[in-house]
Design a protein. Structure first.
Length: 765
């Protein structure tokens, strides 16, 4: 009888063992389902954020969605104390097992199931925890968790076969969600301590390791003392495992838990307007005319050109991964290497803020006491003002939501006049206040806007990009997206057309007021026309409208439109009228800056280049981008333009640049549109071309005086402030003593009489 019982027990044991082996074989081979395939195991973390990186190797920001903002960190970037703390606390025998720690499992079974000790600790290894995070999902009950355990064990064993211990540690820390959108150790280091992982102290490492037990419970932001106690447990484990001495542990345990916390946001970082611009163009689809309203045919035209000519435009829908699917910038862990220099970007943002926010804005805001319709000009009629405000209300989210709810238009307008608590933007910080939505619209209209871009004429590399002063509240990009009338910054294009047709800077033309027939109407330009003769050099230096109109009447406006195309101007709705010489057409800052590169680059225009290469999550370069050039004018014409545009800044409308202390060899042009709605300045040195626009959100928001509203006052100082910072930074390759590469002995006047008859007081734009 005894032998029979023993046999039954052995057969039962063998049956159980056999059954378990069969179960594990079935799980290993995926017969039960739920087992990731080999490809998934070889690429377990496929939801990395895309990183945007500057030319000087600074992380500018990331693109991510739904908590997928983790950024991969290599093992050698992890501090030793972080790795040691994790092993000491979560898996003491990490280097001794192959994914499953039987000693820990037996301990957990005895203490938890038999002795009912809740604080006995678990039996999961770091590899098992990684398997659970990557593939197991959530199991709300203990029974479900028990059913998932065999799957986790098998996945852990497979992970151990595919990866080294260092790779497993790295994956674990890269994947773990530390809360507050801090996915992965790199983001956690920045969110909680504003540091890179390699710079974490021992206590900071212990804090993050402590959070791995339960980040919600051990949340240092909400539960500082509780998390500090957990940190000290980690320090104790590090001492027990020989990673710290007793004295070191005691000293560290006495320190408070100090954070340098900020919430992670995809808008964190530098050059946010550029990053958003790149995100939009890289994700663009092939333009379909049915997707564009009739009034935006120009948008379809420009996007179609970009799709055909720009490798970066629609990149995600033109390039595919090995599995045939298009790239996803939110999840594929790409690295976008841009041409932006982080230092120059900082200087550009500082220059724009210093001039627009700190100098122009206070002056403009003071005019509210003398204007009935502030921030709008008093020159508009009551009907025009009401129409503008109704249009502004219809463009708001409030109007859209109320209209969808079925409310009548007049009722919606009434809600805009009901006072409500709100928080509004100011340059001194956000303000809690009570005002009507209508008044808040006017309040935000008060803020002046700006756009700025800087690029290298010889490479096309865009080095700085400012689409506005505050993306959160003024997200419309005025560098490459927004377009405004360019005013007299158009004139260098006209004068270069004249140079191409055999004229020279010293040719004399009549400076008389004339009436022309243009666009089916009579047209008489304002400005200039004081009589006598004037050289083209002087006329451009002082932005003489009468001479520009005369020159346009001699040349062909159709020729100028064609030339603008070669300069990179993509607006198809440019009418070939004589008035085109004064810049009434809408063009972006980026297009204008790109056009001006031809003057500094021997007549060859450089297209803006924002990205140099794109690297996938495995380190493979999947796209290289090269500069794009096209010859616009001859080198001789470019040299002539330099001599004339030097005069603009040395003695003409742009001479304030010199007054502000910029002494380098340069050319430039100011621009001001009707009623001072738009202020421009574009300047170039032998090494850089930069330009900016300043104005109101609507064209009827502007200064009313010539001095305050002209380009020389409202826009030019940004260029001077920026360039002074750049040229004084010895780390940058741009030199104040650089000179234009004009052949020795070149005669811009073709041996003509160089008398230009300058009339100093005759300044017009």
């Amino acid at each position: 009888m005894k032998n029979r019982v023993i046999k039954i027990m052995w057969w039962s044991f063998a049956g159980v063992v056999g059954f378990l082996i069969l179960v594990f074989v079935a799980i290993w081979n995926g017969w039960f389902g739920g087992m990731p395939d080999v490809e998934q195991l070889q690429n377990p973390i496929d939801k990395y954020a895309t990183q945007i990186i500057s030319a000087d190797d600074v992380l500018m920001g990331t693109w991510n969605r739904e908590g997928g903002n983790r950024i991969s960190v290599d093992y050698d970037e992890l501090p030793k104390d972080l790795v040691n703390g994790l092993i000491a606390t979560e898996d003491e025998r990490f280097y001794d097992h192959s994914g499953i720690d039987m000693i820990a499992i037996c301990r957990a079974v005895v203490k938890r199931l038999i002795l009912r000790q809740k604080s006995a600790g678990g039996g999961s290894t770091i590899t098992q925890q990684l398997a659970k995070q990557l593939f197991s999902g959530q199991s709300p009950t203990s029974f479900q968790r028990a059913l998932r355990k065999p799957f986790e064990w098998v996945i852990a064993l497979k992970l151990e076969r595919l990866y080294t211990k260092e790779e497993i540690i790295t994956m674990y820390l890269n994947y773990f969600d530390f809360l507050h959108n801090a996915n992965g150790i790199k983001n956690a280091s920045e969110v909680y301590f504003s540091k890179q992982p390699r710079d974490l102290t021992t206590n900071e490492c212990a804090t993050l390791v402590g959070m791995c037990k339960n980040p919600s419970y051990f949340n240092p932001v909400r539960y500082n003392e509780r998390t500090r106690d957990r940190r000290n447990v980690v320090l104790l484990q590090m001492e027990k495992n020989g990673f710290l001495t007793t004295a070191e542990r005691n000293s560290l345990a006495d320190e408070p838990l100090t954070l340098k916390f900020h919430r992670a946001d995809h808008r964190d970082g530098i050059a946010i307007y550029l990053r958003e611009y790149l995100r939009q163009i890289m994700m663009a689809k092939k333009p379909n005319p049915d997707d564009y309203p009739e009034w935006n045919s120009n948008g379809y035209y420009q996007d179609s050109l970009a799709w055909e000519q720009d490798e970066l435009y629609g990149w995600c829908n033109k390039n595919f991964k090995q599995d045939g699917t298009p790239y996803n910038i939110y999840m594929d862990g790409l690295k976008i290497y841009t041409t932006i220099d982080s230092r120059m970007q900082k200087y550009a943002e500082e220059a724009c803020y210093e001039h627009v926010a700190q100098t122009l804005q206070p002056t403009f805001s003071k005019t509210k006491y003398s204007k009935r319709r502030f921030p709008y000009s008093d020159n508009i009629t009551t009907k025009q003002y009401n129409d503008i405000m109704k249009r502004s209300m219809r463009q708001t989210e409030r109007y859209r939501v109320l209209a969808q709810s079925g409310l009548e238009e007049e009722e919606i307008y009434k809600t805009f006049h009901e006072k409500t608590p709100m928080t509004v933007f100011s340059y001194r910080g956000e303000i809690d206040t009570i005002m009507t939505p209508y008044d808040s619209l006017l309040y935000y209209k008060e803020f002046l806007r700006c756009g700025f871009m800087c690029m290298e004429p010889t490479t096309g590399a865009v080095k700085a990009y400012v689409g506005g002063l505050n993306y959160e509240h003024f997200s419309y990009d005025m560098a490459m997206v927004g377009k405004r009338q360019v005013g007299s910054t158009m004139k260098p294009f006209l004068f270069s057309l004249a140079m191409e047709n055999g004229w020279s800077p010293c040719d004399m033309v009549p400076n008389t007021k004339q009436t022309y027939f243009s666009g089916g109407e009579e047209w008489s330009p304002k400005g200039g026309g004081t009589g006598g003769m004037r050289s083209l050099r002087s006329a451009l230096a002082f932005s003489n409208n009468a001479v520009s109109a005369y020159l346009m009447s001699i040349l062909n406006p159709h020729q100028l439109v064609d030339l603008l195309r070669t300069f990179g101007i993509r607006n198809k709705n440019i009418p070939p009228y004589l008035s085109l010489c004064l810049g009434p057409c809408d063009i972006s800052v980026g297009e204008m800056v790109s056009g001006y590169t031809a003057f500094a680059n021997h007549g060859v225009r450089s297209a803006p280049m924002f990205v140099t290469k794109i690297v996938d999550s495995h380190g493979n370069v999947v796209s290289h981008f090269r500069p794009q050039f096209n010859e616009v004018i001859s080198s001789e014409s470019a040299y002539k333009m330099i001599t004339m545009m030097r005069a603009v800044v040395d003695e003409g409308t742009g001479r304030r640049v010199r007054a502000m202390g910029v002494t380098c060899d340069m050319g430039g042009k100011t621009g001001t549109t009707n009623s001072y709605s738009d202020a421009w300045f574009i300047g170039y040195t032998p090494q850089l071309v930069a330009g900016e626009w300043v104005g109101g959100d609507d064209r009827d928001i502007h200064f009313d005086s010539h001095y305050l509203g002209q380009g020389a006052h409202a826009a030019l100082p940004i260029w001077a402030l920026f360039m002074k910072k750049v040229l004084s930074d010895s780390r940058l390759p741009y030199k104040a003593n650089a000179t234009f590469d004009i052949p020795l002995g070149f005669d811009p006047c073709n041996n003509h009489d160089a008398t230009d008859g300058v009339i100093i007081n005759d300044i017009f734009e």
